[in-house]
Design a protein around this ligand. Structure first.
Ligand code: IVH
Length: 727
């Protein structure tokens, strides 16, 4: 936020210029004035100030809270007449337009999913491998129900609840403090708690309460909820605390965020401590000594699922020893120390009406089953994925039969299932009910959208359109990817709008650069976007503004946005951190065109980049159509260089350095060493070059250590490495 906003009057400094103490003082003064005005207006029917003055004060309060999210909770406690709330949250008087944002001190991550006992065993194997333990070594894990609600983070300072926030995108959530205070199971004050304590858990609604709520809603002519999860979310994420208070919400604590001191040495101990502080915790959590005990507890929980009285959708396993959890750490969005073992999906039989082919952003031809609508686990399903042509024919990736070799034909009865939240799939086919006229499905060999040849490369199960950017289906999918959340994330420009603009004759968007010339072209057009149906002055203006805001984009998002096959978010991050700037990146990729020489070697030296991804990158970005599209895009945008260090890593002794590990490490595995180095802001490379800053060499180090010596690069042993990273 820069400059003044509507809430700043000429005599006030912009909110951004205030120190926290100044903001708090101003907040208290304004909140008291608004409370007085509320009383005068609502209770005494004798307004003392004008509506405009009142609105200006509330806007300023909201601006202060947006800038200092915990202000309302902290300062609110000092004004007992507000009941610990901000007047921006309180019923009566105008409601705030939305929730203030809260940045989580520790990100709220999600869980990796497993769908089978094999996945659960594999989880333990990976934990042992990462930690360098023997394959049969004991690892204790906790096993507990995965509650189907919504997660909430409760922050206590000095034993008082100060903020409650939803997960949001994991980094920033919504401030729902006023609502959370109305949930009976959530303590407002704690006795003998750590000074800073963030408790995390799930807000949910029980089955009986859900049924009663829906009856009440229906009787009152209000909307009913599809399931208890939606009811819980709808009750917490609405702006009127009085509504939340009237809803029967419950809470289970299962974890924590920021802490001023550890709760215990184990997961189970920490949860017991939270229970001691007054938080509801789930009675079905057990500590399991090995895989068989863990799976037995999974089955026991599954057997009780129908009679628990609340929805669960699986069992969560967590490594019990918190010191091991700390060593295992996190991947981009999930901890390595936990797994959600989902219950197997619900199934139903229905008829396959047709098979359609969709062409994806990388040209993949994906068969989609059109089904006679059927309810599976409470959701009506009319489409399902058929994966690829082999899957339809009844063959798996290794050429082995699936479904005992039964193929799938239009007209067949098929068994549909949903695994987690993902797209429905087809599990089986009933040959006994196959209509006599059904014929084996002939998979198209030309692209249904552009007519180009669709070919299968050896070893690839997927048939791909060879049309590249000339294929309208690929072009439109690439654009959808370009504006998607992890890419340019342009508000008001989603998949639906992309389809509209792509087909538009007056204001076409056929490639990414067109997005950034949209406003200019619209201004030159006789008929403006704001005059079209579905758009008005405001939404057209908002769209152009949202596009303008993304003209400056971080390098990693840009690389990801290009939608290159095999270059997902994590590879884009690796490339951005390695090259730092767009010029360095594209220069190397273009110089690597013959796929040999130093530029090619440099791409391969990036730890985590394999030959397949590197080849895809070089081939795609050097095709002439793509080169042109990329150059036109670059003329429109400004790329922000990427900071090397991830969150929390600045100030670490290895931040921004490039490290190579070689030889045998004896105290941690390569995987752990690499994860630790990256968490502390370093890059890990696979080979030694002039760009290497540090080599960690264990016993048996050979050519890489020699190369380091030749180049004069600092080389240390594992003990020195451990000292460097603080043990
Ligand atoms: S632990 C680092 N334990 O599942 C993440 N999560 O799919 C720690 N959930 O966002 C989460 N029951 O909202 C954990 N017993 C449980 C849970 C649980 C439900 C939710 C939670 C999380 C989501 C991830």
């Amino acid at each position: 936020m820069t400059g003044r906003n509507a809430a700043d009057t000429p005599s006030q400094p912009p909110v951004d210029a205030l120190a926290p103490q100044e903001a708090e003082a101003e907040w208290l003064r304004l909140a008291a004035a608004v409370a007085r005005a509320n009383r005068a207006y609502h209770t005494e029917d004798a307004p003392e100030i004008s509506d405009a003055e009142y609105d200006a004060m509330k806007r300023r309060l909201a601006a202060l809270e947006a800038r200092f999210p915990d202000l309302a909770a902290r300062a609110g406690a000092a004004l007992p007449e507000l009941g610990g709330r901000s007047p921006t949250e309180v019923v009566g008087g105008a409601l705030a337009p939305g929730f203030a944002k809260v940045r989580h001190a520790v990100p709220m991550l999600s869980l990796e999913n497993g769908f089978s006992e094999a996945d659960a065993r594999d989880f333990l194997d990976r934990v042992r491998a990462f930690l360098g333990m023997a394959p049969d070594a004991a690892v204790e894990v906790t096993a507990e129900p995965k509650i189907d609600g919504l997660s909430l983070s409760l922050r206590y300072e000095g034993g008082r609840l100060v903020t409650a926030a939803t997960r949001g995108d994991g980094e920033t959530g919504e401030n729902v403090t006023a609502n959370a205070r109305t949930i009976a199971a959530i303590p407002q004050v704690l006795d003998a708690a750590p000074d800073i304590l963030e408790v995390r858990g799930e807000v949910y609604m029980g089955h009986a309460d859900f049924a009663r709520l829906n009856e009440r809603q229906a009787a009152a002519g209000e909307k009913t909820f599809a399931n208890p999860r939606n009811a819980a979310a709808g009750s917490l994420r609405q702006l009127d605390p009085a509504v939340t208070a009237a809803r029967p919400l419950r809470f289970f604590a299962y974890g924590w965020g920021e802490l001023s001191e550890p709760l215990a040495a184990t997961q189970a101990g920490a949860i017991a401590r939270l229970a001691g502080l007054g938080f509801p915790t789930n009675p079905l959590m057990r500590v399991c000594a090995e895989a068989e005990a863990m799976l037995a507890h999974y089955r026991a929980i599954e057997a009780q699922r129908a009679t628990l009285g609340y929805d669960i959708d699986g069992v969560v396993y967590k490594v019990n020893d918190l010191a091991l959890q700390a060593r295992l750490g996190f991947r981009a969005t999930t901890p390595r120390w936990a797994l959600a073992h989902k219950f197997s999906a619900e199934r139903a039989w229905t008829r396959l009406l047709a098979i359609d082919i969709q062409v994806g952003r990388t040209g993949a031809l994906s068969p989609v089953a059109r089904l006679m609508p059927v309810t599976v686990g409470g959701v009506v399903v009319s489409n399902a994925t058929l994966h690829n042509e082999d899957y339809i024919a009844g063959i798996d990736a290794r050429g082995q039969p699936i479904r005992e070799g039964r193929d799938i034909r239009v007209g067949d009865w098929v068994e549909v299932y949903r695994a987690g939240d993902v797209i429905p799939k087809i599990a089986d086919v009933d040959i006994a009910r196959r209509p006599p006229e059904a014929v084996p499905y002939a998979f198209p060999e030309v692209c249904p959208d552009c007519g180009s040849a669709a070919i299968r490369e050896p070893g690839d199960a997927v048939r791909r359109c060879t049309g590249g950017l000339i294929c309208p289906a690929q072009a439109v999918e690439k654009l959808k990817h370009f504006v998607s959340r992890a890419a340019f994330d342009i508000e008001g420009l989603g998949a639906r709008q992309i389809e509209m603009f792509f087909a538009d004759a007056e204001l076409p968007v056929r490639e990414p650069a067109d997005i950034f010339t949209l406003a200019e072209r619209d201004a030159a057009n006789p008929r403006h976007l704001r005059d079209r149906e579905g758009y008005g002055e405001k939404s057209a203006g908002n769209l152009f503004r949202a596009i303008e805001e993304r003209r400056r984009i971080p390098l990693d998002r840009l690389i990801y946005a290009l939608g290159i096959r095999h270059i997902g978010e994590s590879a884009a991050g690796l490339l951005a951190r390695h090259f730092g700037t767009w010029e360095a990146f594209i220069g190397t990729v273009r110089a690597a065109d013959p796929m040999s020489g130093p530029a090619w070697e440099e791409l391969l030296s990036i730890d985590g980049m394999g030959e397949v991804s590197a080849r895809s990158l070089v081939v795609t970005l050097n095709r002439s159509a793509d080169r042109g599209a990329v150059d036109r895009l670059m003329a429109e945008i400004e790329v922000l260089p990427v900071a090397a260090a991830p969150r929390g890593a600045s100030g670490s002794p290895i931040a921004g350095k490039t490290i190579v590990f070689t030889g045998t490490l004896e105290r941690m595995t390569r995987a752990e060493a690499k994860a630790r180095a990256e968490a502390m802001g370093a890059k890990v490379a696979g080979s030694v070059s002039a760009r290497t800053d540090l080599v960690v060499a264990g016993p048996g180090a050979g050519s890489k250590a020699k190369e380091a010596a030749r180049l004069g690069i600092e080389t240390i042993d594992e003990d020195a490495w451990l000292r460097l990273i603080g043990g």
